[in-house]
Design a protein around this ligand. Sequence first.
Ligand SMILES: Nc1ncnc2c1ncn2[C@@H]1O[C@H](COP(=O)(O)OP(=O)(O)O)[C@@H](O)[C@H]1O
Ligand SMILES: [Mg+2]
Length: 245
Amino acid sequence: MTMADTPVLKVEGLTRSFGGLVAVNGMDFTVHAGEIVGLLGPNGSGKTTAINLMSGVLRPDAGSIMLDGIDIAGWPTFRIARLGVARTFQLVRVLDGMTCGDNVRAGLAFNHRSHKEDGTSVEDLLARVGLPDCSMRPAADLTYIDRKRLELARALALRPRLLLLDEWLAGLNPSELLIGIALIRSLKEEGLSIMMVEHVMEAIRSLCSRCVVMSSGRRIADGATDAVLNDPAVIEAYLGAPEHA
Ligand SMILES: Nc1ncnc2c1ncn2[C@@H]1O[C@H](COP(=O)(O)OP(=O)(O)O)[C@@H](O)[C@H]1O
Ligand SMILES: [Mg+2]
């Protein structure tokens, strides 16, 4: 196998229970360099739990999470972040009592390189996500989409090699959605590898080359986006769910 074939992320047998509920049940999947992989599935299928396991918010009961060949399963969040995994949260998390600049600095504090060293300034990161000249603005003043942008800037401050997005595009209006899709695409074009939990079909179709689908903690499909979205087992999982997005 050449370096180019080695996935950035290779997850095998990932499992986590809460009491008697197996929220993530023997999941296997990979993300290759520069690829955007969709993580799909009805509500409650285990997508956020999988993201929490990969980012160290939760410890797996079993399984391996190989990041560039290093098994990070069970590592604390700060070590995983330093190694280059950044994430956003399903319910946007921004520190309201701080300025936008300080929110991004909170991300830089975890960076494995100092930001002086790699030349990335807070202003650059804010401009990168569409918040130019916002460094001194209180985060509490931001609109919903701008809060999402700020959370993304904080994630990018880690200079990640793998970005995990948990419904980052949810709740945007149609014109904001186009802006959000273009922003994510530009990150991929810069070489970032991305796994994104998403329900918005327009976004999945235009961004994800491949999708992994979960249902009740298990992987029920993995393949090219078009094939996966037309897979009867996937359609059945969505239609059979008590609530579906
Ligand atoms: N911290 C937790 N404690 C107990 N149960 C949880 C916890 N987190 C998630 N769950 C349960 O695990 C299942 C999967 O949840 P989640 O990963 O949030 O699904 P999704 O993101 O696909 O909607 C759900 O049944 C949920 O109620
Ligand atoms: Mg979720």
